[in-house]
Design a protein around this ligand. Structure first.
Ligand code: NAP
Length: 294
């Protein structure tokens, strides 16, 4: 069997177009211009690339985008003061502090200072708790993207056996909650789990969010399963370049799975698209408008 490739690029483009349509509608009908503030501390090259692409996509969708670049040695108090200002700014509906932060800053304190209504990364404990309780919440973008990709293969995830490998606050844990909300039966695995191949073999849906290149092998996968690869691992390639590899051994797994996301061109494409969705949702909620149709 050769798996269907889930085209994250095309699915993300479609989602961005739908967000742009809703942005135009809320602007026209309600005079609302959704705005995102991105805070970047230091000059980590990978973070700079992510921030630039967020800025570009926000503008392309017709939203306002505010960039705040701070030096790596900014103090915790200065950063907290900026977040306080953004919390109060009516033009800002979403606040994203690009992670990782320099070691001298306490990331948890910074995230907790963001107004939960503007927490478009879904990392504030209020949102994490609401999501865990099955209530309306801003959920982290990457797991949201995973659910959307899965639903391009299966109209409903109800009753399906899912395994999430990885239990980070950014990906694994919120993905577990989103899958539960979809009525899937979920196993969550991590570095202390025993016999991962056996656990995976029972799953109709496999989500790999580990950060270990090609850890998930072809003979772990149940024939016909849907495999969503969240991992982004940079490995050295010829000519001193880098190549991106997922957490899934793509060639092997594609021989067995029913559907699979590539790396690049899979989940990564969805993360920024879902950030647009969250910013639009936050703007509508803050303005007291109904949830937008995306
Ligand atoms: P993380 O915080 O490092 O978490 C990794 C998780 O994998 C942990 O729960 C860890 O278990 C588990 N793990 C590590 N080794 C394992 C093993 N041998 N077997 C089973 N589980 C193991 O990473 P993350 O932030 O969730 O990111 C995971 C991957 O997704 C990374 O490659 C990252 O670059 C990528 N990512 C991609 C996007 C995107 O937009 N596509 C977004 C975010 C992250 P313990 O909890 O026991 O340590």
């Amino acid at each position: 069997m050769t798996a269907r490739i889930i085209d994250g690029k095309a699915i993300a483009a479609d989602l961005r177009a739908r967000v742009a349509g809703e942005v135009a509608r809320v602007k026209r009908d309600h005079g609302l211009l959704p705005g995102l503030a991105v805070v970047l501390v230091g000059n980590d090259p990978a973070s700079e690339v992510y921030v630039r692409s967020k800025h570009r996509e926000m503008q392309a969708a017709g939203m306002a985008s505010f960039e705040h670049k701070l030096p790596a040695d900014v103090s915790q108090d200065e950063l907290l003061a900026l977040i306080g200002k953004l919390n109060r700014d009516p033009a800002v509906h979403g606040i994203l502090v690009q992670l990782p932060l320099p070691k001298a800053l306490h990331a948890e304190t910074i995230i907790n200072a963001i107004d939960p209504a503007k927490d478009v990364d879904g990392l504030h404990p209020n949102n994490a708790g609401r999501l865990a309780g099955g209530f309306t919440a801003l959920a982290p973008c990457t797991p949201l993207g995973c659910i959307i990709l899965s639903k391009t293969v299966h109209a409903s995830l109800e009753g399906m056996n899912a395994i999430v490998i990885g239990r980070s606050n950014l990906v694994g844990r919120p993905l577990l909650q989103l899958l539960l909300n979809e009525n899937a039966t979920v196993t969550i695995a991590h570095s202390r789990s025993r016999d991962l191949p056996r656990l995976c073999a029972q799953a109709d849906l496999v989500y790999a969010a580990v950060g270990r290149p090609e850890i998930v092998r072809g003979d772990w996968i149940r024939p016909g399963a849907t495999v969503i690869d969240v991992g982004i691992n940079r490995l050295p390639a010829e000519g001193g370049k880098m190549r991106l590899v997922g957490d899934v051994a793509f060639k092997e797994v594609a021989e067995v799975a029913g559907a699979i996301t590539p790396v690049p061109g899979g989940v990564g494409q969805m993360t920024v698209a879902c950030l647009l969705v969250n910013t639009l949702r936050a703007a509508c909620a803050i303005a007291g408008l109904p949830k937008p149709a995306v």
